[in-house]
Design a protein. Structure first.
Length: 512
């Protein structure tokens, strides 16, 4: 018997629902195609291909917008407003309604202009970063800010523009709730990091020295090994390199990228585990709901919770290093004398001089996020000008992290997000870390001896728990409801603050 995207008899679905879903599938497939072209642009496209790629992505963006905002979509949504729908179908309609209401507010010309600006900004950012020349990227950043202010004005002229932009990435969490969680992180982490630094304890001394080189080829082989060990299905994915690690795809094709620094073997390794978390979320979405809201992830905070869970709660754990260390030593003979305790400490060292977000330790990472959050809010509000960004960035790094970038490449040009015009994205990284701790706590409570399973290289129970409690639901539940369904608790920072207080208290011998 035929079924629809909600898994119910297709014949029982209202005609308006069936027609709405068919249109949405076309929108989704256009967007997925654009995503694949974007992946190619960042990974494999020849250097000279950008003029054509810019037009291709702009056209697909405009086409998806036109399909979603067609009058018939609005009519079908209106017809279904008071329809008697199953819970899953009601969730599908809710998600399409949210996207439709936002999209219909924005003119197609503006959508196309934003897409073109993004395609043109990406190579400018790459050049600016390579040449340490912020002025190359500055006009593109200015253009993005102008366009995104206009975009926010179209959607809701009465709202704080930044709040509107934040809703693009996290539509189900109020910005006020997000800010409250971020404030709790700051209040917990700043004094904790201070106590760690005052302790003078360099726990990772001698473990993975940065003297000498860890060849890129060996790092890549180790990363592929780790992906296989974690259960990455190569028939539905691939590993490549890019200037900024990212993951892209669907439940049928979920690709990851990493980058290599021959002086830092942990950077590529933890980035790969992080991106695996994103990919395994996509891969865990139900195949039968492809191209529908029930086959889509629940926005970026939840997506980031999956990557941070695998990176931090698994990848930085002693249990995981018990599995990994023999393979690590095989690839890098210079580490032959490293003990399990030393490896664990090296993976969890709190750095004093780290400038790069994606290379940051688990604690200072969130101060990197706060810097970006504060700067982009000020940019959108018009409180600072683009030309001031390098100095403001450097000042905030000195204030919050005690270090000052010497170049813009290691400062305000290090992230790709603003080249895409993604303002409001950064808070989801910290929100995801907080959510990861709460989800992992719940998984530990439900899975018998989870740490022991990981120590033996058995990751399937954790995979199954996450698929059952998070992945398989797609976008059926809103964020707070999904967390409550999975953990039995409201979404708060409590599990995260408890986790870092205990873990780093033990590592550094500091008081809670």
């Amino acid at each position: 018997m035929a079924t629809d995207a909600a898994g119910a008899d297709a014949e029982s679905a209202p005609e308006a629902y069936t027609e709405l879903l068919e249109t949405y599938k076309r929108v989704s497939n256009v967007q997925n195609s654009a995503g694949l072209l974007s992946w190619d642009q960042q990974v494999m496209m020849p250097e000279g291909g950008n003029p054509a790629r810019s037009q291709q992505l702009s056209t697909l963006s405009s086409l998806a917008h036109e399909l979603l905002t067609d009058d018939e979509v609005g009519e079908r949504l209106d017809e279904l407003e008071d329809a008697d729908l199953t819970d899953e179908r009601a969730a599908v309609v809710r998600e399409i309604r949210r996207k439709y209401d936002r999209a219909v507010s924005v003119p197609s010309e503006l959508v196309e202009e934003i897409s073109t600006a993004s395609s043109e900004a990406l190579p400018a950012w790459e050049e600016a970063k390579a040449e340490d020349d912020f002025s190359t990227f500055a006009p593109h950043l200015e253009k993005h800010i102008e366009l995104k202010r206009e975009y926010a004005e179209h959607i809701d002229p009465e709202k704080d523009p930044y709040e509107v932009l934040f809703e693009d990435f996290e539509p189900c969490l109020p910005l006020e709730q997000a800010e409250s969680i971020l404030e709790e992180l700051r209040d917990t982490l700043v004094p904790m990091i201070e106590r760690i630094r005052e302790s003078g304890d360099d726990i990772a001394t001698g473990a993975f020295t940065k003297e000498g080189e860890y060849p890129e080829a060996a790092q890549e082989e180790l990363c592929r090994d780790v992906l296989s060990t974690l259960g990455y299905p190569w028939e539905r994915g691939r590993l490549d390199t890019s200037s900024h690690p990212f993951s892209s795809g669907t439940m049928f094709d979920a690709r990851v990228t990493t980058r290599f620094d021959e002086s830092d073997p942990l950077g590529s390794l933890l980035s790969t585990v992080h991106e695996f978390g994103h990919a395994t979320y996509n891969l865990g979405l139900p195949d039968e709901h492809y191209a529908t809201p029930l086959g889509e992830s629940r926005d970026l905070s939840v997506h980031e919770s999956q990557s941070r869970l695998w990176e931090n709660h698994v990848g930085r754990s002693k249990a995981f290093w018990n599995v990994l260390l023999p393979a690590f030593k095989e690839q890098f003979p210079k580490a032959e004398d490293v003990t399990l305790e030393e490896a664990y400490e090296a993976a969890n060292q709190v750095y004093e001089d780290n400038l790069i977000r994606v290379e940051a330790d688990e604690l200072t990472y969130h101060l990197h996020i706060i810097v970006r959050f504060e700067i982009e809010r000020a940019l959108i509000a018009g409180d600072i000008d683009v030309e001031e960004v390098p100095e403001v960035w450097n000042d905030k790094y000195e204030e919050y992290l005690g270090v000052r970038p010497e170049t813009d490449s290691e400062g305000c040009l290090q992230d790709i997000h603003w080249s895409h015009g993604n303002f409001g994205y950064f808070p989801t990284y910290s929100l995801g870390s907080v959510m990861a701790a709460q989800l992992y706590d719940a998984a530990e409570a439900d899975i018998d001896d989870l740490e022991g399973r990981i120590e033996e290289g058995d990751f399937e129970p954790l995979h199954e728990w996450l698929t059952e409690n998070v992945h398989r639901h797609g976008a059926r539940y809103e964020t707070n409801d999904l967390v409550a369904q999975a953990t039995g608790e409201d979404f708060t920072a409590d599990a995260f603050t408890d986790y870092v207080t205990e873990k780093y208290g033990d590592l550094y011998g500091i008081d809670a």
